[in-house]
Design a protein around this ligand. Structure first.
Ligand SMILES: Cc1cc2nc3c(=O)[nH]c(=O)nc-3n(C[C@H](O)[C@H](O)[C@H](O)COP(=O)(O)OP(=O)(O)OC[C@H]3O[C@@H](n4cnc5c(N)ncnc54)[C@H](O)[C@@H]3O)c2cc1C
Length: 608
């Protein structure tokens, strides 16, 4: 099940000159990498039906449902909001979240300290303004969650019971049902949305692509979505929803890997559709591998149960096969170091011992704590024949959280007018190169609410979709297992040029296996390919180790790389641009040769 089988490579790649800033906006266009071709649209029947709403929200996790509720509250009773979701309403990552939700609640804690912990985890790539917004507005959004019926665990005094997780220097993680926080949040939000007749929820509705449009000034815009609804209308259920605003809240991309904590719906559809439509994706190479996923044997595949960091927060220890702690001395917080540090510590220990897992020792917590605080984990372990009360729990890292995403400003707006993004699919700037534990549910809440606020102030006009003649094709769904193996082996938690180049060749071959049969499997497979190619190409470009991106051929963090890496589609290839941290998000930049100066040849240009 290892996500990190790229062999440790002794051979160090030649150091290349640091990338230079070459255009007035402070962006540097990087030399192109030859990569697999990408479609700019999915093949499907022409829409057989059309609906019109004010806001269409794609996805029904914490971000999508909050966006829908907040839009209704802030835009008034006549607003028409539709939530489309590709499976049943509760099928996303949100319901699997265990540890909890971070916010400044405790006496003695402060905005400054939460900000600092977030920035430290983000390894120099957080957008400070976004982190400030997250931390300042977080407590009020958690209070709104409580008003919407979320039952958090309380302490003896009736206040939120708060715990600590990796990278936090204070107890600030609220949890529910012990370790069933996400399920409780999802339950409360679904109930709230269902009680509002002004929100239309359409389940089994898979969004395919964004409808392209232009603003009055000719800038690229989005006018709605095409989607396939099981059993709806004619022409195999393909239709279009025209909307003034599209809010992407489609969650993560864990399914590009062979083993992940993410559910089956996390195939990166929203990210892929945004990429095909010309949206700017940012920092997509940063994928957090959760250090402690239940190890179910070497052949295990797909979604695997998490052994939450909160177990270590309560006193659980990491030990090797000899029963020795190995995180002590690697970081001042030992087992509670930020996730990337713990994941790397585990990977190194596994490499040192020649094993494919280590252990969490939670025996000292006792049966009562296991039953009350960690019922979900206890159940998962016991189902696998492991009793954490008396046994060590075998664990290994697996793909967990997507730190990058569709680049947004502080109000969730993207470079395409009418397109907004929030939650895991978005890069709001709060996570930088690595997410601080339990900041993601919070991010979903805060930025979904900000999108609604912005739409209430300034709702875009209903735009007319352009004729969509973008090149369309589908990859054969049979390639998915090979794609996942390739990404796990060569673009997982440990990366180097040899493995990344091999993976590029592998994806190129897989991308040429096409199908004419449009349908769920081919649409998802093509989305996985688009996302994998974007992640892989960005990982090849970033020649340093930082946060969740660890290259053993460029083992150090490099100051010259303290920039965001933005990736955008041009024709059937990708272009990459470095942008400064802390600059205002650029709404739209033409991707063209005009930014290519002579300096280009001096930039990050190792022979490829
Ligand atoms: C096991 C696990 C534990 C976690 N623990 C924590 C934690 O303790 N604290 C924390 O802060 N974070 C945690 N996270 C991360 C957190 O749960 C997610 O980042 C967050 O829930 C994402 O919310 P979201 O609304 O962006 O996406 P999701 O909840 O994943 O929802 C995405 C939605 O989009 C829909 N969708 C996807 N594609 C399409 C399409 N093409 N058309 C229509 N709909 C589509 C899906 O069906 C789903 O409804 C955890 C994640 C996992 C997997």
């Amino acid at each position: 099940m290892l996500p990190t089988t790229a062999a440790l490579d002794d051979e160090r790649a030649d150091r290349t000159p640091p990338p230079q800033v070459v255009d007035p906006a402070g962006a540097a266009l990087l030399p192109r990498l030859a990569g697999p071709p990408l479609p700019r649209r999915l093949v499907s029947e022409a829409p057989g039906w059309v609906r019109e709403v004010d806001v269409v929200v794609v996805g029904s996790g914490v971000a999508g449902l909050t966006a829908a509720l907040e839009c209704r509250e802030r835009m008034g009773p006549d607003s028409r909001v539709m939530v489309v979701t590709k499976d049943v309403v509760a099928a996303g990552s949100t319901r699997w979240a265990q540890g909890g939700i971070a916010s400044v609640q405790a006496e003695g804690d402060s905005v400054a300290e939460h900000v600092t912990d977030t920035l430290v985890a983000g390894a120099g790539l957080c957008e400070p303004a976004a982190v400030d917004v997250l931390v300042r507005e977080g407590p009020a959004e958690v209070a709104t969650l409580v008003e919407r019926g979320t039952l958090f665990d309380l302490d003896a005094a009736g206040a939120l019971a708060l715990t600590r997780e990796g990278g936090h220097h204070r107890n600030r993680i609220a949890h529910a049902g012990g370790d069933a926080t996400g399920a409780e949040i999802e339950r409360a939000l679904v109930a709230s949305v269902k009680s509002d007749p002004g929100v239309e929820i359409v389940e089994q509705a898979l969004v395919l692509d964004l409808l392209p449009a232009r603003t009055e000034d000719g800038a690229p815009a989005v006018a709605g979505v095409t989607l396939h609804v099981l059993g709806e209308g004619t022409r195999q259920g393909v239709g279009a929803v025209r909307a003034r605003a599209v809010v992407l809240a489609t969650g993560g991309i864990g399914q590009i890997y062979a083993v992940t904590t993410n559910p089956p719906v996390s195939t990166g559809d929203g990210l892929a559709a945004a990429l095909r439509a010309g949206a700017r994706l940012r920092d997509v190479e940063f994928i957090q591998f959760h250090p402690t996923v239940l190890f179910l044997g070497t052949g295990a595949r797909g979604q695997l149960p998490l052994v939450s960091e909160a177990v270590r927060g309560e006193g659980g220890l990491l030990v090797n096969s000899a029963g020795e702690r190995f995180m002590v001395g690697q970081h001042e917080l030992a087992e509670l170091a930020p996730r990337d540090v713990v994941a790397k510590g585990i990977m190194k220990e596994m490499a040192r011992e020649g094993t494919d897992h280590v252990y969490v020792d939670g025996r000292m917590l006792g049966e009562e704590t296991w039953r009350v605080r960690f019922p979900t984990i206890l159940h998962s372990c016991r189902r696998a024949g492991i009793d954490p009360v008396s046994d060590l729990i075998p664990v290994a890292p697996a793909a967990h959280y997507f730190c990058g995403g569709v680049e947004t400003d502080l109000d969730g707006a993207t470079n395409l007018a009418g397109l907004y993004a929030c939650g895991e699919v978005a890069s709001s700037g709060v996570h930088g190169a690595n997410r601080l534990a339990s900041n993601s549910l919070l991010e979903g809440l805060v930025f979904a609410a900000r999108i609604a606020g912005s739409l209430a102030r300034d709702l875009p006009p209903l735009r007319t979709p352009l004729d969509d003649d973008r090149p369309a094709w589908l990859v054969d769904p049979a390639v998915v297992p090979a794609l996942q193996r390739t990404m796990s082996r060569d673009c997982g938690g440990l990366r180097n040029a040899n493995g990344l180049d091999r993976a590029a060749g592998g994806l190129d071959r897989l991308s040429r296996r096409r199908t004419d049969e449009a349908g769920l499997a081919a649409w998802e497979a093509t989305n996985l390919l688009c996302v994998a190619v974007a992640v892989l190409s960005s990982a090849r470009q970033r020649e340093e180790s930082r946060g969740a991106h660890w290259r053993d051929d460029f083992g150090e963090r490099r100051d010259s790389w303290q920039r965001h890496l933005v990736v955008q589609a041009e024709d059937d290839q990708l272009v990459h641009r470095l942008t400064p941290v802390g600059a205002e998000t650029v709404r739209d930049q033409t991707v063209g040769d005009e930014t290519l100066g002579e300096e280009m040849s001096t930039m990050n240009g190792s022979a490829r």
